[in-house]
Design a protein around this ligand. Structure first.
Ligand code: GLN
Length: 309
């Protein structure tokens, strides 16, 4: 009965908020993203009881910045927190995700946090591997494992589209290299970054990843610890303070969940200990966050009392 209720509720959410997609716009700065249906809307909730989905739950989209907490956790496993915090800070910026203004003003030219592009590029340089291809393989493998889906692939069209037009990210990477944040070839680091952003998945994959974070790294099927509890806590702390970029404060007040958005339209949100949530809606607000995604998360948080504060 509870399952049927959750399912009905999610269907109602999709129906109620679908028209709100018109308040947003799909990302166009990556040309391939401009081609998606702006009216897409989907939600999946993973609990201990099962998976509940509504709307375009099967529709694939690129993970974009939702990859950032995952890459961070892998880099933490590769190096440990001390080394990672030498490269990226722990503070929100209040600036847009692709901003670089604080890179120059920071005394050590260190990205403020790993949820903005600069910090994520710095983290991409920390992923271990024998070659660029191997680093990408490791990151993709990690996402597949946490999402419990071995079929997740990289969308080559989006990857090429980002690579061709990513001049801003290129400038960030070269600036970080100039400031010795890393010593690899910046273009190779960007290959890793553009590839991780182009991982193609759906809402249920996001809800599965969120459930693992909700359980502090534990697999909800086998109980296996997939990554250390401490790293789950670091990722969730960053998600609360920086996961929605310069909309993180507002999101914390109105929704109150650790979450990470991406310009592909996905948001991964975590209800600690109990729920993993994935939402999709490619029409974005001016900060690059899914309009219908935020609305559905707010409603879900209100209805089920999920606000962690
Ligand atoms: N690939 C995108 C970029 O680098 C990711 C940004 C995002 O999802 N906010 O611009």
């Amino acid at each position: 009965a509870a399952a049927a209720k959750m399912h009905d509720y999610l269907n109602q959410l999709v129906e109620a908020y679908a028209p709100a997609a018109r308040q947003g716009r799909v990302a166009t700065y990556i040309p391939e993203l401009a081609k998606v249906d702006p009216d897409g809307i989907g939600i999946c909730v993973r609990t201990a009881e099962g998976l509940y989905c509504a709307g375009d739950a099967e529709t694939k989209f690129t993970i974009q910045s939702v990859s950032k907490p995952m890459a961070l956790i892998l880099a933490l496993m590769d190096w440990g927190p001390d080394k990672i915090f030498e490269k990226v800070g722990k503070e929100p910026t209040g600036d847009p995700f692709n901003s670089m203004i604080r890179l120059e003003t920071h005394e050590k030219h260190k990205p403020f946090n790993p949820m903005i592009n600069a910090g994520a590029i710095s983290i991409a340089a920390m992923i271990k591997g024998d070659s660029t291809a191997h680093k990408i393989e490791r990151l993709l493998g990690f996402v597949r494992k946490i999402a419990h889906n071995p079929n997740i692939e990289i969308d080559q069209r989006v990857y090429l589209s980002e690579k061709e037009t990513g001049h801003r990210n290129r400038s960030i990477a070269h600036f970080l290299r100039a400031m010795k944040n890393f010593d690899q070839d910046p273009d190779e680091v960007l290959e890793v970054y553009f590839s991780q952003c182009s991982i193609s998945l759906n809402c249920s994959d996001l809800s599965n990843m969120a459930m693992v974070l909700a359980l502090d790294g534990k697999c909800y099927v086998t109980g296996e610890q997939l990554f250390p509890v401490e790293y789950a806590k670091i990722a969730k702390a960053y998600m609360v303070t920086c996961g929605m970029y310069d909309g993180s404060g507002e999101f914390a007040i109105h929704v109150g969940l650790p979450a990470k958005s991406g310009v592909g339209g996905g948001i991964m949100a975590v209800s600690p200990g109990q729920m993993g949530i994935g939402v999709y809606g490619p029409a974005l607000d001016p900060k690059g966050n899914s309009v219908v995604g935020i609305k559905m998360l707010k409603a879900l948080s209100d209805t089920y009392n999920l606000n962690i504060f």
